[in-house]
Ligand binder design. Structure first.
Ligand SMILES: [Ca+2]
Ligand SMILES: [Ca+2]
Length: 177
């Protein structure tokens, strides 16, 4: 005769514990993949926006006819059409003539300009590169007048963020003034 008996309390607790472990495992795998899915989404969106912004700035700066002001955080120039254009960083925004360039969801951590020349006589330390310090002939910490006309290349560096994703990218623009 087969004895029908209910589960003992110990068996019920054991079953609950095993069930709990399985649920926790499933949930944590699911949670992790959801999180990484959203991170990847953010990452792709960030990369796309960042590249678009950088291309826009790069194309714009490549039309430089005359440089008006060149600092690490701003670049002002007159383009081939005679328009005056100014790039700067303000808070977490990149501004072009005062208008915000970055989409609302993309924050700007940093925007930096670096300038290089190609006149060999300016290369004081003979390392083959005319850097910002060497462009600054009178060593007053800023580039003005003829120092500005010696600039032949602008390097743009941006650091952007979307939620907890960050990325840094840069480009160089040769100037054909
Ligand atoms: Ca040098
Ligand atoms: Ca100077």
């Amino acid at each position: 005769m087969v004895k029908h008996r209910g589960m003992t309390l110990v068996e019920i607790l054991l079953a609950l514990a095993i069930f709990g472990i399985i649920i926790t495992a499933v949930y944590s795998v699911f949670g992790t993949s959801m999180r990484s899915y959203f991170n990847i989404e953010d990452d792709i969106a960030l990369q796309k926006s960042a590249q678009e912004m950088l291309n826009k700035i790069t194309d714009d700066i490549s039309t430089t006819k005359t440089i008006v002001e060149a600092t690490v955080s701003t670049f002002t120039f007159v383009n081939a059409k005679g328009e005056s254009v100014r790039y700067e960083i303000s808070g977490d925004k990149i501004l072009r003539n005062g208008g915000q360039l970055n989409p609302e969801k993309i924050g700007v951590i940093n925007l930096e300009f670096n300038y290089f020349g190609n006149a060999a006589f300016l290369d004081e330390n003979k390392d083959g590169v005319v850097d910002m310090n060497e462009l600054d002939r009178n060593q007053d910490g800023e580039l003005t007048d003829t120092e500005l006309t010696d600039i032949s290349l602008v390097r743009i560096k941006m650091k952007l963020k979307k939620k907890n994703q960050q990325m840094e990218l840069s480009s160089s623009v040769k100037l054909w003034k």
